[in-house]
Design a protein around this ligand. Structure first.
Ligand code: ZN
Ligand code: ZN
Ligand code: ZN
Length: 367
């Protein structure tokens, strides 16, 4: 699998005139070689020449964590007194065009730039994103498994099994985190819990505010579920609960949101430009008079990273391809009052939109 992914990368590199690709911290590295770099000051780098074997440069103390894959890379280690940037510069050699991972620390790019003054630098995502954004059937099943796991947590929120009233947002967030792990994820990526007026802030930081009866509680959470090969896939879901009967005004807001999310999902068909998917949901919200309160794009791609290509927004005219996986998450945020968001992960499948989240989409009303 990794060897085949690298072959696809080499083909794209050849097409784009990239001589060597350098991958360090971030999701490209595990996607292409099954190893995840520690985000630390010691340099880890996969050097992928367009026309030679790849080399994984790893700090010596990390070697026990490396699964050797001789068909994918040759392992080269460095001791703490060595010069890893020099090792990478030697491997790059006289290559005139190098692509480097978007999340590589600037420290290393600047040092490499000093040692390789003639190199033209490109973003590795120009090579990796077109490959990563098309999921194969195994990847889709991993996304579905992760989606089913967070769906089970959502069902417990909707049934009232997860206590809300009387607890702080932070306490509920911590509980969501524990459940994300208990449901098989290896890592919690985020667990937003926003009550009442806090729900008007799309990325609210869960606080010590106590949740009371008669308000909206927006929960947006997800994690990474790592497979046996060391590569993890992400979940991401948003559902809203009302702690008591909602006022008619909120009911109306949520009905519009529900309709917008369904319309955007239905529009997520292979060949449809991403911007048209955004428009399908946004026009429902605008027609209801809430347009100014939908302050973000409709969604983001998802896979080994929680946010990746393709982005579902007005600025992306690219048509959806079979195997694209992304969120459909419109929101309506009324500052100082309340807010709501409804989010599923959806795959553009051969036979239509294929949601990874199927738990109830209604506003759950707790007694
Ligand atoms: Zn978000
Ligand atoms: Zn989310
Ligand atoms: Zn999301």
């Amino acid at each position: 699998m990794f060897a085949e992914r690298l072959e696809r990368a080499r083909a794209l590199m050849a097409e784009q005139g990239v001589d060597v690709m350098l991958l360090s911290v971030g999701a490209d590295l595990p996607y292409f070689c099954g190893y995840e770099a520690m985000p630390l000051e010691r340099l880890t780098m996969l050097v992928v020449p367009a026309e030679a074997e790849a080399t994984l440069v790893v700090p010596r103390l990390e070697v026990p964590r490396v699964t050797e894959r001789p068909d994918v890379f040759e392992l080269r280690t460095w001791a703490d007194t060595a010069d890893p940037v020099g090792m990478v510069a030697d491997l790059v050699g006289l290559a005139p065009v190098a692509a480097i991972g978007d999340q590589t620390w600037a420290l290393f790019l600047i040092e490499l730039g000093r040692r390789l003054p003639g190199v033209e630098w490109r973003r590795a995502s120009e090579v990796t994103a077109p490959i990563r954004s098309v999921k194969d059937s195994d990847e889709i099943e991993r996304l579905r498994t992760a989606g089913a796991a967070v769906d089970r947590i959502a069902a417990r929120l909707q049934s009232g099994e997860i206590e809300l009233v009387g607890r702080t947002e932070a306490e509920v967030s911590a509980e969501l985190g524990r459940q994300i792990l208990a449901e098989g994820h290896h890592r919690v990526n985020f667990a937003i819990v926003a009550a009442g007026a806090n729900a008007a802030s799309p990325h609210h930081e869960p606080s010590d505010r106590v949740i009371s009866a008669g308000e909206v509680v927006l929960c947006d959470y997800g994690g990474t579920l790592v497979g046996a090969d060391g590569v993890g896939y992400c979940s991401d879901i948003t559902r809203c609960v009302y702690t008591g009967p909602p006022p008619a005004e909120f009911r109306r807001l949520y009905d519009v949101l529900f309709e917008a999310q369904a319309a955007a999902t239905a529009a997520a068909v292979v060949g449809v430009p991403a911007c048209d998917v955004d428009r399908a949901g946004r026009s429902v919200i605008e027609a209801a008079g809430y347009g100014e309160y939908f302050v973000h794009r409709t969604g983001h791609g998802i896979g080994v990273e929680a946010h990746e290509e393709p982005y579902i927004g007005a600025d992306n005219p690219a048509p959806l391809a079979v195997g694209n996986a992304f969120s459909i998450e419109p929101g309506i945020y009324v500052p100082g009052q309340w807010g709501a968001r409804l989010e599923d992960i959806v795959v553009a499948g051969e036979t239509g939109p294929d949601p990874m989240n199927t738990v109830d989409h209604d506003l759950a009303v707790l007694a």
